[in-house]
Design a protein. Structure first.
Length: 293
C-alpha cells in the first residue's frame, strides 16, 4: 500500500503559487511556493513524523514556529534556523508576518516502513522528540537537491530522489550504523524493550521471534546482541526473571513450594528446586530460611 501522509490544518493568508509532490518508498515530499498576505499562518498536526524545511523567503520577516498559540515561539530563518523536525501528532502553530514569498519543503515519512528499510527500528526517543529551528549544512544541501528533483519535469530514476530523502531523514534523526555500537550490543531502547517484555511475560514460553520483532532485528542478530549486552542468553534472562518472582514469593508468603513452582512457570516442585539450586547455589527451602531475621 502506498504511504499517504495524514495532516490536519487550519491556515489563512496564503496563495499557492505552485505545489509539486513526489512519493517514494514510505516518503512523501511536497515542495511549496506560496505568496503570503500581510498576515499568514495556521495550526498543523500530522499523524506521521515530518520535516519542515524553509528553502527561501523574501521580505523583512520570517516564519515564527510555536508549540502553542500563546508560546512566543522562534524564528525559522533560512540562514540561521531553517529546519524543524516535528514528531507524529505534535501540534504546531506558524505565524508569518513581513514575508512576501515563502518556498519550503515538507517531508512526511512512515517511521515503521523506514525502520524496516534500515533493518532496525528507529530509536523511539528520537522519533518522539521534537527538534525545532536548527541548521545543518548537509541537510540543506540534500533538501535543495530533493526540491530540484521534485520540480524536475523529466524526473530521474526513483532511486535518486528516494535515496536523497532517506539520507536526509537518517541525518536529521542521527540514525547510527548498528555496528558502530560496542561489539553489536543492543541500543539502550532495544535492551529496555526486550528486558521489560521478558519480565512481563516470563511465566509463559517466550519465542525468540517475538523479541527479535520488538527490536527490529533478525533472531540471530538479536540473540547475539542480547548476550553481548547482558552477559546471558534471552532464555537465561527469562529464568532469572522467574527466579526473582519465586524469591519474592518465598520471602513474602507462606505458600508451599508446589504452589510457588506452579505460579512461577516451572513444571513441578522438583524442576523448580533443580533450577533454583543451579542458579542460586542452594535449595528454595534453605534459601528461605536464610532470609528470616
Amino acid at each position: 500500500m502506498t504511504f499517504q501522509p495524514r495532516m490536519q490544518n487550519r491556515i489563512e493568508g496564503f496563495a499557492v503559487g505552485s505545489l509539486h509532490r513526489r512519493a517514494w518508498n514510505g516518503i512523501v515530499a511536497d515542495l511549496w511556493d506560496v505568496e503570503c498576505g500581510s498576515y499568514a499562518g495556521g495550526h498543523y498536526v500530522a499523524r506521521d513524523p515530518r520535516l519542515f524545511i524553509v528553502l527561501d523567503h523574501s521580505g523583512k520577516g520570517c516564519p515564527t514556529v510555536k508549540r502553542s498559540p500563546t508560546d512566543g515561539g522562534g524564528r525559522q530563518d533560512r540562514s540561521t534556523s531553517p529546519i524543524s523536525y516535528v514528531p507524529a501528532d505534535m501540534e504546531l502553530w506558524v505565524d508569518i508576518e513581513g514575508v512576501q514569498r515563502l518556498r519550503h519543503l515538507d517531508l512526511h515519512f512512515d517511521a515503521t516502513g523506514i525502520g524496516r528499510r534500515l533493518m532496525e527500528e528507529i530509536d523511539p526517543d528520537r522519533l518522539n522528540h521534537p527538534n525545532l529551528l536548527f541548521a545543518d549544512a548537509s541537510i540543506m544541501s540534500l533538501a535543495e537537491l530533493i526540491a530540484k528533483e521534485i520540480a524536475n519535469p523529466t524526473p530521474l530514476h526513483d532511486l535518486y530522489g528516494d535515496s536523497l530523502c532517506l539520507a536526509l531523514i537518517i541525518s536529521a534523526l542521527k540514525v547510527e550504523k548498528a555496528n558502530t555500537r560496542r561489539r553489536s550490543a543492543l541500543a539502550p531502547w532495544q535492551l529496555r524493550r526486550a528486558t521489560e517484555f521478558i519480565e512481563a511475560h516470563c511465566l509463559r514460553n517466550i519465542r525468540l521471534e517475538e523479541l527479535a520483532e520488538l527490536t527490529g532485528l533478525s533472531q540471530s542478530h538479536f540473540s547475539h546482541s542480547f548476550k553481548v549486552s547482558t552477559g546471558m542468553a534471552p532464555h537465561q534472562w527469562q529464568v532469572k526473571a522467574r527466579l526473582d518472582k519465586a524469591k519474592a514469593l518465598l520471602t513474602d508468603s507462606d505458600q508451599p513450594l508446589t504452589a510457588i513452582a506452579a505460579e512461577t512457570g516451572f513444571a513441578d516442585q522438583a524442576h523448580f528446586t533443580r533450577v533454583f539450586r543451579q542458579h542460586i547455589g542452594t535449595t528454595p527451602a534453605r534459601w528461605k530460611r536464610t532470609q528470616i531475621v
